[in-house]
Design a protein around this ligand. Structure first.
Ligand code: NG1
Length: 504
């Protein structure tokens, strides 16, 4: 399967510069990157991958794949609560050249030497590497697909491994989803190596996105499904509204007049290590809030009211009129943070049982009550208000109301900072500087606790905007003296979703 390495290099050099309707390799490049603007960089990058791979593996034929990172314009920590998000896939991705193997081993090399190589065998239950190891994202994808195909009577011993050389240009631990892009990339490679198709049309991609969202929890996070979905369903020039349970996507064109500029706070948000418990605390608090609300609604209506997620608080789901839902919900939770004991009291069960039901980490251990207790009302308010902001943002964008969209981004940041408490002093500072530098709207993006901000900036102001942020944030606030910050602050283009070129 694939194309001989030297021929592939020749095709890559020629690809992308032709009119769109060309052959599949052209389509791969045209839907993924901005030609001719990015042409040289992309050619160099793919040539580098092919050469690194050829020097390590000696495969007669190669295929290529890519999965983009994303920037979330608005809708933070709503996905796992069943409420919408509004991200765009970006022109930065995890890309790979690869070939199937005859045996059941997966070998993954990296163009960046510091990442080293990872290798593991395909078996029913793949043991993870140590927490935080990047190889776990590859294992997560393979394990997720093994579980899926086992149910379809295709056991692990009927599937082959692959060898791949990957190259990423998404900032790592920055809230741009480099990890989910790696999961999606490895999934595409594993599927193609086994001639399985879960990606050739939108319905299959949605199924794959759902499967991979669950699969990524292998690394220990209790995240939602935004990142895998946008990586698979991105559309050039568009942000995509994503709804969950069931997963559905709706692209909305980005305004011609504005650019999306990402700025890295340089505070690492390593969700797979230090930030893991900080991140997981939020889904736990949301589940506890939903459980308390369910109990209070059920008592009020003297029937079982079906609330398991905060996103269930809607008329269609509960058969209760919307104003009534908000009236009861708003009174149900108090400002003062909750002890586990108090929550257990409301639920009418022991603290142990409550912890076992709602506070489990993936490894089975119990997440302990935080020193500042469980902030149910604050988390609930952020989530439901953020869900409404997403709806209004999509409407604003569709109506061409860029200023209104920017306002909603600003409100979202405040809520992330004050109610969900996922911002940092650096992110707050960066957002303030961005607004002073003329951003229409600016907010933290992604899980928080570090990482990047996203700003909407009028196209003709992008250059002075970037200059001013470089000066006021990187030079003055962080005291950095190095000159080029191009890898820390850059405009992003909305790119197409993950792509595969595997010649038969
Ligand atoms: P990032 O920024 O990639 O760590 C995480 C979750 C998302 C979503 C956001 C917050 C994963 C893989 N990603 O994203 O699902 O919950 O935080 O909006 O868990």
């Amino acid at each position: 399967m694939g194309i001989p390495a030297d021929q592939l290099i020749g095709m890559i050099e020629a690809a992308g510069d032709k009119p769109p309707a060309g052959d599949p390799l052209d389509r791969f490049f045209q839907t993924s990157y901005d030609f001719p603007a990015e042409g040289d960089r992309i050619h160099r990058r793919y040539r580098g991958m092919v050469e690194t791979h050829a020097s390590r593996f000696h495969d007669p034929e190669l295929s290529i794949a890519r999965a983009p990172g994303r920037v979330n314009l608005i809708g933070e920590h709503t996905d796992y609560n069943g409420l919408p998000v509004f991200p765009m896939a970006v022109n930065r991705d995890m890309a790979a050249v690869f070939a199937p193997r005859r045996d059941r081993t997966v070998v993954i090399a990296n163009t960046q030497q510091e990442f080293g190589e990872r290798s593991f065998d395909i078996q029913e239950n793949i043991a993870p590497y140590a927490t935080g190891d990047w190889g776990n994202y590859c294992k997560a994808a393979v394990q997720g697909l093994l579980d899926f195909y086992r149910k379809k009577r295709r056991p692990a011993n009927k599937l082959c491994g692959f060898q791949a050389t990957i190259d990423g240009d998404i900032p790592i631990a920055a809230g741009m989803s480099s990890s989910s892009a790696l999961v999606v990339l490895c999934a595409l490679i594993f599927l193609a190596s086994n001639r399985l198709d879960l990606q050739s049309d939108a319905d299959r991609r949605l199924e794959l996105a759902d499967l991979l969202a669950a699969a990524e929890r292998y690394v220990g996070t209790q995240g939602g499904g935004m990142d895998q979905a946008i990586s698979l369903m991105g559309k050039a020039g568009h942000a995509v509204r994503i709804d969950f349970f069931p997963l559905a996507t709706r692209p909305a064109p980005l305004p011609e007049s504005c650019a999306v500029v990402v700025a890295n706070s340089t505070v690492s948000a390593a969700k797979s290590t230090e930030a893991l418990d900080k991140y997981n605390r939020r889904p736990i608090e949301c589940r506890l809030a939903a459980a308390v609300l369910k109990r209070i609604f059920s008592r009020h209506y003297d029937r079982e009211v079906p609330i398991s997620l905060l996103g269930d608080l809607k008329q269609e789901k509960l058969a209760i009129a919307e104003p009534e839902i908000w009236e009861i919900a708003d009174k149900a939770l108090h400002e003062e943070p909750y002890t586990l004991e108090e929550i257990a009291g409301v639920l009418g069960q022991s603290a142990e049982k409550t912890a076992a039901l709602y506070c489990k980490r993936r490894d089975g251990s119990i997440f302990p009550e935080p020193a500042d207790r469980f902030k149910l009302r604050q988390r609930y308010r952020h989530v439901v208000e953020e869900g409404r902001r997403v709806e209004r943002s999509v409407q604003a964008l569709e109506a061409g109301d860029v200023a209104g969209f920017g306002q909603l981004m600003n409100r979202s940041h405040e809520s992330c900072r004050d109610l969900y408490e996922i911002s940092t002093p650096e992110l707050d500072r960066l957002v303030t500087i961005a607004r002073e530098a003329g951003a229409v709207g600016s907010r933290l993006t992604g899980a928080g606790f570090g990482g990047c901000t996203v700003s909407l900036v009028e196209k003709q102001k992008v250059e002075p905007f970037i200059r001013q942020v470089m000066q006021n944030y990187y030079r003055e606030y962080l005291g950095r003296e190095d000159r080029g910050f191009d890898d820390l602050i850059f405009p992003c283009r909305a790119a197409g979703g993950a792509a595969l070129f595997a010649a038969p």
